[in-house]
Design a protein around this ligand. Structure first.
Ligand code: SF4
Length: 483
């Protein structure tokens, strides 16, 4: 999921955090691609701006409200309490995906057994996975060697990918034991793992749970066989049903389900059916992402944004509102642009990103955020191994300007429904800059998309969150101008 790189751009950073089809994403944004990606996204958002609006709803969960006096710089410079681990292997590449992954194939085996039928690639039989995990452990060890003496135990760990459920349970256990030995795991640590339907069975799941995984994110994406096939997903509807049954029979409560809207040929009725079926599965958390056509993907070769068979911007805006309505009616809190949770089941790890807290990133393509510096690792295995063999050096921090830091803080904090407290922003960045931002938001406030409530600034649910790119674009433009 995590990917950021040295080509820093506020808009690119914002896009990195957008929905996962998309966001789990981690696209590294090459300089040549940034403008088109950004403008594509903003154009799309602008088109949506024309659509009608729903009344706002403030359902912020006070349990997760950040301490209004504790951000942003003091938090960014504090020792990390979160670690992201990138497991960059999939059995095939989905047609919309440009994440940093390696395809290990459905039936490649590590051992040469011509007399045996082939078996799906997993961490037990795939040489590339075994080799990669060895490198990953080296990087974790190096990171621990360099950690501050007062490093607190980790409070969240996230196995993202790729398809982490291709790892064998004993491999997950080994990594967690290493993290525990070298960093420590807090007693209430949240350990999330992305699982794809069709890649795990009862024993595999039991092994993950026994290793310490206590939060599952299931990559469903759609409940229609034809949509799954059209996306190049390696699972079918039956795999989803089996995966959900396995989670339920194992007694997993804290699990999330991912859906994608805006798929080619996806109808409004299909989207509603997916939302309804997702709710019926009983997850505690849902992530709902809007498809973006990424450069150099199969979809990029097949489709032009805005053209059929992709839904129109008005239709995808309608899908966003349908998700908001359906999921809130089912008791989910819309707590972040793309995320919904039952009370008490927000993703603690992902809140680390949105609250601008530091975190470790380990593995190919992973981004870390240490001492105020974001660093994206190489996105191919060969380059990642070279980087490791050369000492896994992260470049020295380069100071950011006040407008850039303020833009980043707003990009992150405004993703959360609870928004940001203004007084700490004024103290950190100065009244002049903050007031300029507030002024540029007046027209969005008039539309009902931006909410000022006491000392807090937030985007209204759902349309402020839906049109967040347009709002952020206005903020960036304002912060680029001299005061
Ligand atoms: S499962 Fe599909 S979308 Fe997810 S990382 Fe693998 S190829 Fe990409």
């Amino acid at each position: 999921m995590t990917e950021f790189d040295e080509y820093y751009s506020p808009v690119a950073w914002w896009l990195w955090l957008k929905p996962r089809a998309v966001n789990r994403s981690s696209q590294r944004i090459e300089p040549a691609d940034r403008a088109s990606k950004s403008s594509q996204r903003i154009e799309r958002a602008n088109a949506r701006d024309r659509a009608s609006r729903f009344p706002q709803a403030d359902r912020a969960d006070p349990k997760y409200r950040p301490n209004p006096m504790s951000y942003p710089v003091a938090l960014a410079l504090s020792p990390p309490r979160a670690a992201y681990l990138h497991i960059p292997f999939c059995r095939r590449r989905c047609f919309y995906c440009d994440f940093p992954i390696s395809v290990v194939g459905e039936f490649k085996t590590f051992r040469d057994r011509p007399d045996q039928p082939p078996e799906p690639a997993t961490g037990r039989n795939s040489a590339p996975i075994i080799e990669y995990l060895s490198a990953l452990e080296r990087e974790i060890t190096l990171g621990a060697d360099r950690a501050a003496a007062d490093q607190p135990p980790l409070e969240t760990v996230f196995f993202g990918g790729g398809t982490p459920s291709l790892l064998a349970p004993e491999q997950v256990d080994r990594i967690l034991q290493l993290l525990d030995r070298r960093f420590g795991l807090a007693p209430q640590v949240e350990i999330s793992m992305e699982l794809d339907p069709g890649t795990f069975d009862r024993a595999w799941l039991a092994g993950f749970l026994a290793a310490g995984v206590n939060r599952i994110s299931l990559g469903v994406q759609a409940f229609q066989a034809e949509l799954l096939a059209a996306c190049g997903r390696s699972h079918g509807v039956q795999d989803i049903e089996q995966a959900v049954a396995l989670l339920q029979s194992a007694g997993v409560k804290n699990w999330s389900l991912d859906l994608i809207s805006g798929l080619p040929n996806q109808s409004i009725d299909q989207w509603q059916a997916s939302l309804d079926r997702a709710v019926a599965c009983g997850p505690a958390h849902l992530s709902v992402y809007d498809l973006i056509i990424e450069p150099q993907t199969v979809f990029d070769r097949r489709y032009q944004p805005g053209d059929r068979p992709l839904p129109s911007d008005e239709q995808t805006a309608q899908m966003y509102r349908m998700a908001s309505q359906t999921l809130q009616a089912a008791g989910f809190q819309h707590y972040e642009v793309s995320n919904y949770a039952q009370f008490g089941f927000q993703c603690r790890h992902n809140r680390t990103y949105w609250e601008n807290r530091p975190y470790y990133g380990f593995g190919m393509g992973a981004t870390s955020y240490l001492a105020g510096q974001r660093f994206g690792r190489p996105r191919t295995r060969a380059a990642y191994y070279d980087w490791l063999n050369n000492g896994a050096i992260e470049p020295p921090a380069s100071p950011q300007s006040v407008p850039d830091r303020l833009a980043e803080t707003l990009m992150l904090g405004l993703r959360l429904a609870e928004g940001l407290a203004l007084e700490p922003l004024r103290q950190e960045f100065g009244t002049v800059w903050v007031d300029r931002v507030l002024q540029c938001l007046d027209r969005f406030a008039a539309e009902g998309w931006v909410v000022r409530s006491g000392d807090r600034l937030a985007l209204a649910e759902p349309d402020g969150l839906l049109f967040s790119n347009s709002i952020l674009a206005e903020i960036f433009s304002t912060l680029e101008q001299e005061p």
